[in-house]
Design a binder for this molecule. Structure first.
Ligand SMILES: C[S@@+](CC[C@H](N)C(=O)[O-])C[C@H]1O[C@@H](n2cnc3c(N)ncnc32)[C@H](O)[C@@H]1O
Length: 325
């Protein structure tokens, strides 16, 4: 069945891509601009003669205009199914994660974070806008309850093609259930998978955005970076943000804290630059975006720092990594 809302959104995107206003299009087709507006709002579908004219005008087939595409099936070879979510991990939440998943749901974290992202945030808005200017497929990995960059990408361009993904099936379901109600876009897709073992074909994604997913990776971060390189198209970009504790901060800590932290959590002292190079990225630009302290945080590393009586300073950065042609 044709989803009229999605059809309308596609019509609006195609018209704008062709550089036409609703009035321009109405004049070309010999209809009223109210008729064009009705199609784009999902209140009506034009008759077959008009569809044929539109198909010639936009150089797309009538099927492409009418049908919802299973983009994830094209990219992975696996059909998405009726839930609208492609699962590459079990649909049931992992036992050790159930408590966190319940908190996300009962605390309405997704709604809260979405509302939060509406406020002006020069840095996140700037990165979101940059990513959203890409006309191709944007993959948000480790979206988490904050959504990473996705809320800022969709704020900049609600029509952007974005795949929202996470290892946690609950996170993906919560985003879908929320965005289905608040932002009916034909270009948002949902997938649950491990970003250290991505289901996508080689050279298939234009941009991977990551707001702290790899930094909080369940698995090997170097593997996640290699997978990102593999699935990106030549010329594609990984835009990834995380934080680390630099050498100066480490050296200023009491000796016992240095010993325990480097033994138990060597990962927090790595800035992942070498792993990014080893993954294959040759053009890498890092931008320091600020800092945060474990005293203000709830995480396993913050708990460890508190138990050692130290307040660790993390330097945050965003890294723009290009897979050169
Ligand atoms: C604590 S969150 C923080 C970042 C998140 N982008 C946000 O804005 O909330 C980290 C997220 O990364 C996800 N994650 C961790 N390891 C992953 C992996 N190997 N594959 C996919 N997602 C992963 C977690 O499930 C979690 O939702």
């Amino acid at each position: 069945m044709v989803n009229k809302i999605h059809f309308g959104k596609r019509m609006s995107v195609l018209r704008r891509k062709a550089g036409l206003s609703q009035t321009d299009l109405a004049e070309k087709l010999g209809v009223t601009s109210q008729a064009v507006s009705k199609w784009e709002c999902g209140n009506a579908v034009p008759d077959i003669d008009i569809l044929l004219e539109l198909s010639h005008l936009y150089k797309v087939t009538i099927n492409e205009m009418l049908e919802d595409v299973d983009l994830l099936c094209e990219l992975t070879g696996k059909e998405t199914g009726r839930s609208g979510i492609a699962y590459f991990v079990p649909e049931q939440e992992r036992d050790y994660n159930i408590e966190w998943a319940n908190e996300i749901q009962s605390g309405k974290w997704i709604k809260r974070n979405w509302e939060y992202s509406k406020a002006d945030n020069a840095y996140m808005d700037g990165v979101g806008k940059q990513i959203a200017s890409c006309d191709g497929i944007i993959l948000e990995i480790g979206a988490g309850p904050g959504g990473g960059y996705m809320p800022y990408i969709l704020k900049a361009n609600p029509d952007a093609t974005v795949i929202i993904s996470d290892l946690s099936p609950t996170v993906v379901r919560e985003w879908k259930s929320f965005l289905d109600k608040s932002l009916d876009s034909p270009n948002i897709y949902y997938a649950a998978f491990d970003f250290c073992n991505m289901p996508f074909k080689d050279n298939s994604i234009d941009i991977i955005s990551d707001g702290g997913g790899i930094g909080n990776c369940e698995g090997i971060k170097a593997k996640a970076l290699k997978e990102a390189f593999r699935v990106l198209k030549p010329g594609g970009k990984l835009i990834t943000s995380t934080g680390f504790v630099n050498k100066e901060t480490l050296a200023a800590l009491p000796e016992e804290a240095q010993r325990v932290l480097t033994q138990k959590r060597p990962d927090v002292f790595e800035d992942l630059y070498e792993d990014t190079v080893l993954a294959g990225f040759s053009k890498i630009d890092s931008v320091i975006s600020g800092c945060w302290y474990t005293d203000d945080d709830e995480s396993t590393i913050a708990d460890l720092a508190r138990s050692l009586g130290v307040n660790l300073k993390f330097t945050s950065y965003t890294r723009y990594c290009t897979k050169e042609q």
